[in-house]
Design a protein around this ligand. Structure first.
Ligand code: ADP
Ligand code: MG
Length: 291
């Protein structure tokens, strides 16, 4: 069993890609639920002002979430730790720091702090802010917005692992290359709160929403495997009606009634996600050993 060793800290994982609609939020929520079902205590942090992850956990961003419940206070420098913002969810074993639209103003608040505090502190606002939570959880999962925002860079710098979901379509592949170049530039030049240039314990590319009936997807899949050699997880998330309507109706594979959809379809999606959770859990375990 992979359990957090005594004294070890939570492993923090960002789910990121500049492109919208590549299944970042679906991946983040499913991973959180899968890991919690395996006994891990999980904190999810929504860093996307659109609040999709918040919505999937049953909170309406602009109705149920007060600005003080988001990481906005942290971005303005009014709090030293994110403890104040942690909210329980309906899902036992998962807490959330939700988001709402007000979080957009972090894109103005953060750069103004750069002038007074310098870039070293400024890029690490989230990294430092979640320190208090790292000893209370096994895993912290950050959902990010589809842009190279100050929040997204802060999320990346706070993370031990990165998961980049990538559907095998030509457009998604092309824009993933931009993300990848910027990501490498950033990580080479940014310095963490521990005074080292940023490195990750693991970086995974997840083939997502793979359409078995789309002939072109197998070509793009080969490009992806070549471009991201060694980083592509050996599992594919199939495109299914289940996950397509997930955000609106069902929730993820873990909180869907299998009777509500085609059983074979359900099984395929469920098994694929279980495999992802298993693979990520192994990487988490390795990262703990390294701490
Ligand atoms: P992002 O956070 O990257 O914008 P989302 O997780 O919101 O992406 O997913 C984008 C859309 O794709 C959503 O409507 C979601 O329900 C759908 N989706 C996610 N995974 C699958 C899948 N395996 N098959 C079909 N549709 C999916
Ligand atoms: Mg999203």
């Amino acid at each position: 069993k992979h359990m957090r060793p005594e004294g070890a800290e939570a492993i923090t994982i960002s789910v990121a890609n500049f492109k919208g609609g590549v299944t970042k939020t679906t991946t983040a929520v499913t991973l959180a639920q899968g890991l919690s079902l395996r006994g891990h205590k999980v904190l999810v942090i929504d860093t996307d002002p659109q609040g999709s992850m918040t919505t999937l956990f049953g909170l309406l961003p602009d109705v149920d979430v007060a600005d003080e419940q988001t990481i906005l206070g942290l971005c303005y420098g009014s709090e030293v730790s994110v403890d104040y913002a942690i909210t329980p969810t309906y899902w036992s074993g998962i807490d959330i720091i939700p988001a709402n639209l007000a979080l957009y103003s972090a894109e103005f608040a953060l750069p103004s702090r750069q002038k007074t505090e310098g870039s070293f502190e400024f890029w690490n606002v989230l990294n430092n802010g979640i320190d208090a939570a790292r000893t209370k959880y096994d895993v912290i999962i950050l959902d990010t917005s589809p842009s190279l925002s100050y929040l997204t860079i802060n999320a990346l710098l706070a993370s031990d692992g990165l998961i980049m979901p990538l559907p095998p379509s030509t457009l998604d592949f092309t824009s993933s290359g931009q993300f990848w170049n910027l990501f490498n530039d950033l990580t080479a030049n940014l310095v963490t709160n521990r005074g080292k240039s940023k490195s990750f314990d693991f970086v995974d590319v997840l083939l997502a929403r793979v359409d078995a009936n789309d002939a072109s997807s197998s070509v793009v899949r080969e490009w992806i495997t070549a471009a991201y050699a060694g980083m592509v997880l050996p599992v594919e998330i199939p495109k299914t009606a289940l996950t397509a309507s997930a955000s609106a109706e069902f929730g993820t594979v873990y909180d869907t009634d299998p009777a509500s959809i085609n059983a074979r379809t359900y099984r395929r999606a469920y098994d694929a996600y279980e495999r992802v959770v298993e693979l990520v859990e192994e990487q988490i375990n390795t990262a703990w050993k390294r701490q």
